[in-house]
Ligand binder design. Structure first.
Ligand code: CS2
Ligand code: MG
Length: 402
């Protein structure tokens, strides 16, 4: 099963996506998502200029060996661009293997560990009433878990307040938009939001909140403690996580469960977090953390330490990543939850897929491989458009983490 062709397809059906398509001598093709929001062309070049020439002629069945060849062979290890490119190759090879043996990928990963995959959606609003209404729409739509974000009074650009109900798209065409941030206003406000949500929706719906890397460890400890009465499913990305040791301090102060990892690209970003039991959910995902192969290694380590998975699944991760994530989620024992922000209708048409949503849960479907494809003719009608994620400044003008 020699690889005879590999190509990068860049399209923008509502937002930018980079997709790797690998084809074998038998004419089987596999897909991998290679989208790195705001830095898309760097991954496209890494694949086209440095990886694709190495793939031609390789045996597509040697998935682990190819992973190690690309990882060790580059000499320069890790980093989001490298790892997103390796992820795309790995995902495409799993897709090919599934198609070659005519089985859905989750069966090759050990089979289903559960009947379906619980997902959460994003509810947000420009004030508490709007956020309550948005959570209500998700509950009515059958969701068992909802992430709630709200603009802080007098701070309209708090993280997570998007432009649509179903899609959350922070990247904007042109240069990076600037947003303002105030920890002083945020910290006392968030508990009032969740107090209201629990009053409106009762104890059963899982409520989540994304801090989006904005706090220091001691501030995060205070927030977690003040949210304990509302028993969140998780508090996400409380601090920027380069300093794994910082989570020890958060953990000392609160029992609110902690999720982290959407920007991590390998197990080396989180091994200390996991083995020290400083977190409860690891959010690494197929497209950025080394593909299905490496994500399984992270999950297997996490399982030993009672840490469960909660993969990133925002709108900027393509339907190819979503399909791969669902095969992973269904098979892995220590699954926790999967984020699911819907794609636009244009995106769904470009990437026809077998995965389904009903009653708050998803299933990858039983098509062979990943069960997702790309309509290249349609994709060509949506050319790449440069776009950036926002940046954040504190009110005195100091750069802050967005
Ligand atoms: C977010 C993302 O989904 C999440 O939890 O943190 O929306 C994130 O901001 C984007 O994926 C960045 O590309
Ligand atoms: Mg997040």
């Amino acid at each position: 099963m020699r690889i005879t062709d590999a190509r990068v397809i860049i399209c923008s059906p509502g937002r930018n996506f980079v997709t790797l398509k690998v084809t074998t001598e038998e004419g089987i093709h596999g897909l991998g998502d290679a989208t790195l929001n705001g830095r898309e062309l760097a991954v496209a070049s890494y694949l086209t200029d440095h990886i694709i020439p190495l793939l031609i002629g390789r045996d597509a069945r040697r998935i682990e060996d190819t992973w190690q060849y690309l990882y060790k062979g580059a000499y320069w290890r890790r980093g989001p661009v490298t790892m997103t490119a390796i992820s795309a190759v790995d995902t495409a090879l799993w897709d090919i293997l599934g198609k070659a043996v005519n089985r859905p990928v989750y069966e090759l990963l050990g089979g289903a560990s559960r009947d379906s995959v619980m997902v959460y959606g994003h509810a947000n609003g420009s004030n508490v009433d709007d956020t309550v209404a948005a959570v209500g729409r998700y509950v009515t739509a059958g969701y068992k878990a909802v992430r709630a974000q709200c603009a802080i009074p007098d701070m309209p650009h708090a993280y997570g307040v998007g432009r649509g109900d179903l899609y959350y798209e922070p990247a904007e065409r042109g240069t990076p938009p600037e947003t303002a941030w105030s920890t002083e206003r945020y910290l006392p406000f968030v508990p009032t939001l969740f107090e209201r949500l629990r009053r409106e929706f009762g104890p059963d719906v899982h409520l989540l909140h994304d801090v989006h890397h904005r706090l220091t460890p001691i501030e995060a400890g205070r927030l977690g403690k003040s949210l304990e009465p509302y028993h969140l499913f998780w508090m996400e990305d409380p601090v920027p996580a380069e300093l794994q040791e910082g989570f020890r301090l958060i953990r000392q102060h609160t029992t609110t469960p902690i999720a982290v990892g959407e920007v991590f690209d390998s197990v080396f970003d989180c091994h200390q977090l996991i083995t020290s039991q400083w977190i409860d959910y690891i959010r690494t995902t197929v497209v950025h953390a080394g593909g299905i192969s490496h994500l399984r290694k992270i999950a297997n380590l996490a399982e030993l330490y009672h840490v469960r998975t909660g993969s990133h699944g925002a709108t900027d991760l393509s339907p190819v990543c979503m399909a791969a994530a669902l095969h992973f989620d269904l098979s892995v024992h220590n699954f926790g939850i999967q984020e699911y922000m819907r794609h636009t209708d244009d995106t769904d048409l470009v990437f026809p897929h077998a995965y389904t949503f009903a009653d708050g849960v998803m299933h990858p479907g039983n098509a062979s491989g990943l069960g997702v494809d790309i309509d290249e003719l349609l994709a060509a009608q949506y050319p790449y458009e440069p776009a950036y994620l926002p940046v954040a400044r504190r009110q005195d003008g100091t750069m802050h983490s967005w």
